[in-house]
Design a protein around this ligand. Structure first.
Ligand code: GLP
Length: 246
């Protein structure tokens, strides 16, 4: 394994979530006024539950931090149960003492998604570097909604979703007509500016893409392969996801 990539292989989803939460919580303690990057998807739900527990039982303090999420569907209203805003409130922000005025996600209801993407990028730059960015990975190697083929230097922008992502996320939309086909996503350039990346990967289905991302050629065709160029990536996975790593 390259020295910039630290693998933490856990036995199962629960221990993976606990390990990820410990690493993230320590960064909040070290930087109580820092800016932190969050992700959605099924994978980080357990980690968020652990952070909520740490807030309730150990007073983990979120009051000084600023938060940015990777992405949001477009078009979607904040209050829709499918929005990533709703997801973050449900799983984390609604249960901890974060300052809600310092919680940022792209606005999926903005009139002009391209302008919204630019405004989000500007806000990110004004907030300074992220201490740590949580990432999941799509089956096709996407990070955020940076789909295969996107430039490594792309900034926040309005993107169409690929067929594979639409299919993978369809499980969250019982009525297919509700599913947006676009999103606003932080670009790879912005993700790569975080001081540390916490990549969470669970399950056998992700084993091949995790191997390709960490050991395969560095190519926009596998967006997560860019992480090989990041100075500090902590990969927290269960043993199924890590099963093809050497
Ligand atoms: C979504 C999100 C990504 C996430 C990915 C994997 O499309 N935009 O940020 O990493 O899917 O999701 P899951 O954890 O549910 O496999």
């Amino acid at each position: 394994m390259q020295p910039n990539i630290r693998p933490e292989i856990e036995t199962n989803y629960n221990t993976m979530s606990k390990k990820g939460a410990q690493i993230f919580a320590q960064k909040i303690k070290d930087h109580p006024k820092g800016t932190f990057g969050f992700a959605t998807g099924s994978t980080p739900i357990g980690l968020y539950k652990e952070l909520v527990d740490m807030h309730k039982k150990e007073n983990l303090d979120f009051s000084g931090i600023t938060t940015f999420n990777l992405d949001e569907y477009y078009p979607i209203k904040r209050e829709s149960e499918h929005s990533y805003y709703y997801f973050m409130q449900k799983h984390l922000f609604g249960h901890v003492n974060v300052d809600q005025s310092q919680v940022f996600l792209p606005d999926g209801a903005a009139q002009n998604p391209e302008e919204e993407a630019q405004a989000y990028e500007t806000k990110i730059h004004q907030s300074g570097n992220f201490i740590i960015q949580i990432l999941g990975i799509g089956l096709n190697g996407h990070i955020g909604f940076n789909e295969p083929g996107e430039s490594f230097v792309a900034e926040t922008r309005y993107v169409p979703l690929t067929e594979i992502t639409l299919n993978a996320n369809a499980k969250h939309f019982p009525n297919p007509a509700d599913m947006p086909h676009h999103a606003i996503t932080m670009g790879i350039r912005s993700i790569m500016m975080a001081q540390h990346i916490l990549l969470l990967v669970s399950g056998e289905a992700k084993a091949a893409i995790l191997r390709d991302s960490l050991f395969g050629p560095i190519t926009p065709l596998v967006p997560a392969s860019v992480l090989q160029l990041h100075p500090s990536v902590i990969v927290v996975s269960d043993k199924e996801a890590a099963s093809l790593l050497v």
